[in-house]
Design a protein around this ligand. Sequence first.
Ligand SMILES: Nc1ncnc2c1ncn2[C@@H]1O[C@H](COP(=O)(O)OP(=O)(O)OP(=O)(O)O)[C@@H](O)[C@H]1O
Ligand SMILES: [Mg+2]
Length: 374
Amino acid sequence: MTRVLVVDDEKSVRITLREFLQDAGYQVTVAEDVTAARQLFQSGIFDVVISDIAMPRISGVELLQEIRKGSPRVQVIMMTGQPTVETAAATVRAGAFDYLTKPVSEEAMLRCVGNAAKLKATEDEQVRVAEKAERQHKQLLENHARLCELETLRDNLTHMIIHDLRAPLSIVHGYVDLLKGSAASMLGKDEIGYLNTILININRLNDMIGSLLDISRLETGKMPLNPRACDVAALAKSVIASFDSLVGDRHLSLESASELVMASCDEEITRRVIGNLLQNALKFTPKDCEIRVAVSHKNSMVRLEVSDTGPGIPAEYHGKIFEKFGQVARTVRQYSSGLGLAFCKLAVEEQGGQIGVASDVGKGSTFWFTLPVL
Ligand SMILES: Nc1ncnc2c1ncn2[C@@H]1O[C@H](COP(=O)(O)OP(=O)(O)OP(=O)(O)O)[C@@H](O)[C@H]1O
Ligand SMILES: [Mg+2]
């Protein structure tokens, strides 16, 4: 309900205004002069003030000025029985909502109060929306800071764990290996199988620790890189050859431009990037898929693509999979840690290239990266 304060030294005006404003649904309070109005203003909240200008001791214009200063959204309608250009100008200057000449008809007054109340409500709403946006913005900043904190905590923890894991793991590996060699004659086929499983898993753990360490080195700029002239097509060919045993029934092909173009990059790191992309194509696609590796060059960049006709990746994951531990939920497999592409992205970007994916669910994926031509 809109709260209206009527300030007038004439009792009849106060009574009349109160009556018809109340009938129109307003909550009305009256004051006989500016001093009373000030007191009411201190203890109550009003949306619209209707004030006479000429009152004993303190003029209504003074009240208007105080209200505009202290509560700028409260709309003030000024009334006078002796209109002059000066008072009209003074009230406009002081920010009155309207200036009415007495006697004011009920209709004109209700229209004026209605418009003032609407303006007040609109401005209140704007403030509410702005305050809400401000609160949400603050909350977002807090959440972001918290996430950053958690990410740092996770990275520190990961770093600590991988450093502490390496040594005991290599001891375990050493002893299992020793056991397998020296006690082989005393062990049955099953037991040898168990030891082999232990060794395979120790190697997996070692690989994961290695990936985490490499990512951490790349992130902190501590990965030693040795850029030199590199024939990316030849490199791709040799990586493909090393995956021979995993290809199975898939059709794996390599296409490259006939002209030799050398990239400037660290060969070992780039080999691992190609290896990761190829490994993914083999790991995440069915056995009868086609995998195509293509090397080309354009605008002083060498481009390598690994395309497959596998399940594809939903668009909402295209960014996420390049983050640490980022995986597409439904394709998460055992022994898949979500670190390969994070390593690839850091390694490619560190060498001045770019990396990305184009993929349609159900049709396949093309992972690509570029490196600068030498
Ligand atoms: N060729 C692909 N087809 C479909 N999904 C893929 C393909 N390559 C990657 N992905 C998705 O992207 C995710 C992230 O790949 P990434 O290489 O970073 O991790 P990973 O293969 O799961 O584990 P890791 O490489 O550490 O062994 C995968 O888990 C998979 O969900
Ligand atoms: Mg991978």
